[in-house]
Design a protein around this ligand. Sequence first.
Ligand code: 5GP
Length: 198
Amino acid sequence: MAQKQRSLFIISGPSGVGKTSVLREVIKQDENTDNQLTLSISYTTRPPRKGEIDGVNYFFVSVPKFEQMKSNGEFLESATVYGYQYGTGKQWIEKQLQKNDCDIILEIDVQGAIQIMQNQFDNCSIFIHPPSLETLKERLHSRQTDAKEVIQKRLEIAQQEIELSEQFDYWVTNDNYEKSILGIQAIICSYRLKNSHQ
Ligand code: 5GP
């Protein structure tokens, strides 16, 4: 009989591409599967935004605490994104991998994704593309969370990230919310089936 094996999924893509809302729906719709998707909670030095809760959205830590964790080797990957540090806690992932009932999903930036793709566990990586840089710019403006200069910086970084997207296993272009969800679900389903007979 096929043995159940946990899978590690990585979702990445430029800021404003819509990965958080697509991912939220994918996780919600995955709730009753055998290997329910569990989203990793990252550590960050960024201050919480309105409505964000420590231990739910992120573990919000000070710069010295983050540096200390980094030098203790407590991160699976870490990166500086828009001036703040972000990292995936190694201990949390290892604990989840010991459990037999969930798959892990990381929503992280491209630098961190590449670190994991290059030297960690088997994983399935998905890059979410914007339909165009122009659409991305419109989305970033409509969020009304960032100043003009910040949006400009995010667009420059987005361009660099798109160049690195070739290193990912799959691409999904988020030109339609429902279609993106279906695309990601199909990838997850196919990777799980592949994993189940290895
Ligand atoms: P935000 O501050 O807007 O929540 O996230 C900014 C960026 O940091 C997003 O691209 C997000 O995917 C990325 N990010 C969140 N957590 C991590 C992490 O643990 N590691 C890395 N490398 N990037 C992360």
